[in-house]
Ligand binder design. Structure first.
Ligand code: ATP
Ligand code: MG
Length: 387
């Protein structure tokens, strides 16, 4: 189903005003679009840089009508945008990604069922919605991770459990909301793939990302030739493409994978939007993940992005704004920016909190070794643990 392209000069709308929305807005504006953001927060990162900011709740009919009235098409930047809101908008304007795909990605049980339908293996798991299901959990799933099926992010809504007693206590502490229990897998590494799919079915991908998570939060992404064996990279891209096609997806989609000791891939989860692990593309690729989002939304052509520089991305969490004793400080930006190939991205959040994503630093270089060496220097200056 293709439609006529929405040309620059039109207004593109986005549900959600976080950092991903902000970077979408920047990419859209660079290409000559006007932007509209719907977010309840008066000082959201994207709302502050958008031409229009509709300050309303995601399910507020008046706010949704206002967004639709000023936008030629609408996308979403955060995973937990209520699917009913997208359905309401879709009755008025083109919406990408669609409500059905977002609804599947919002629910870990539905998401895993979709992966299985696409022939992509996920970690052994059980759905826990009742006491009976809790009692029926096989011992093979322990030790495991109990995850709420909905509304988790950055490791929130997750608990690691070793025994049945811990499992029962963890489910109680999550107030017995629907959960999935996943077997805890011994991870050799983690990686992710970002694809963009147009309404005409065209499909392009960014090169696979090698990701390091710390305490459930992405810390470092490395992307360069040789960051993983070629067969693994192509298997991850193929799996991601089949997941996108299986959804009839339109927009930017990220799929995260676990790598096991034998090198095999197990899918973890998908994000129906640009992803933290794709931020390196802003400085290391000729087309960034946010430009891909603009193109898919506007119905513009997709071309296969080309990575022109080796890249490392360091996430800048709020922790970096605090010294050892807890006193607030400004991270050593001048020292970091003295290093060649460093690109600072801050999201305009006023207060730093531990674990809060404040920005990221992209490091680009002519070689992987140089990118890594510079990234390690930058990490030391900022107080980020070496990797
Ligand atoms: P985000 O929104 O940042 O992607 P999330 O809250 O959705 O995070 P997951 O992606 O499910 O959380 O898990 C976060 C991290 O916890 C993973 O990247 C991985 O490091 C670890 N993890 C999750 N599930 C497993 C598992 N079954 N076995 C081993 N490690 C796991
Ligand atoms: Mg994740």
């Amino acid at each position: 189903m293709s439609r006529e392209a929405i040309q620059p000069g039109a207004t593109l709308g986005v549900m959600g005003g976080g950092q991903l929305g902000r970077m979408f807005v920047h990419a859209a504006q660079r290409m000559g679009y006007f932007t509209a953001v719907l977010d309840p927060d008066a000082s959201s990162p994207a709302g502050k840089v958008s031409h229009h900011h509709i300050q309303a709740d995601y399910l507020d009919d008046g706010g949704l009508a206002q967004l639709a009235a000023c936008s030629a098409a609408i996308t979403t930047e955060f995973e937990n945008v209520p699917a009913p809101a997208l359905r309401t908008l879709a009755a008025m304007r083109p919406v990408a990604p669609g409500a059905e795909a977002v609804a599947i990605a919002q629910d870990r049980a539905q998401e895993k069922a979709h992966f299985t339908r696409c022939g992509v293996a996920c970690a052994p798991y059980a759905v826990i919605e009742t006491q009976q299901q809790l009692a029926a959990v096989g011992d093979g799933l322990l030790p495991g991770i109990l995850k709420t099926t909905r509304l988790g992010y950055d490791g929130k809504g997750q608990q690691r459990v070793k025994t049945r007693a811990e499992l029962a206590a963890a489910w109680d502490s999550l107030r017995q909301v629907p959960c999935v229990l996943e077997q805890m897998l011994p991870l050799a590494a983690e990686c992710s793939v970002i694809v963009a799919r147009g309404a005409d079915g065209s499909l392009v991908n960014l090169p696979p990302q090698l990701n390091l998570h710390r305490e459930g939060i992405l810390a470092v992404t490395e992307v360069y030739e040789g960051n993983m064996p070629a067969e693994r990279a192509s298997a991850a891209v193929a799996a991601t493409k089949s997941i996108a096609e299986g959804l009839g997806y339109v927009g930017v989609l990220c799929v995260e994978f676990f790598v096991l000791a034998d090198g095999s891939l197990v899918v973890n989860e998908m994000a129906p939007r640009p992803h933290n692990s794709g931020h390196y593309s802003m400085d290391a690729c000729d087309v960034s993940q946010f430009e891909l989002q603009v193109r898919t939304l506007a119905g513009l052509p997709l071309t296969q992005p080309r990575q022109h520089s080796a890249a490392v991305m360091l996430n800048l969490l709020g922790d970096l704004w605090f010294a050892q004793g807890g006193a607030e400080r400004t991270p050593a930006w001048s020292e970091v920016l003295r290093l060649p190939g460093t690109h600072l991205h801050l999201y305009g959040k006023h207060s730093a909190r531990k674990g809060r994503k404040m920005g990221h630093l992209n490091i680009t270089a002519a070689s992987a070794a140089q990118a890594r060496a510079t990234a390690l220097q930058a990490a030391a200056l900022l107080g980020i643990q070496a990797f």
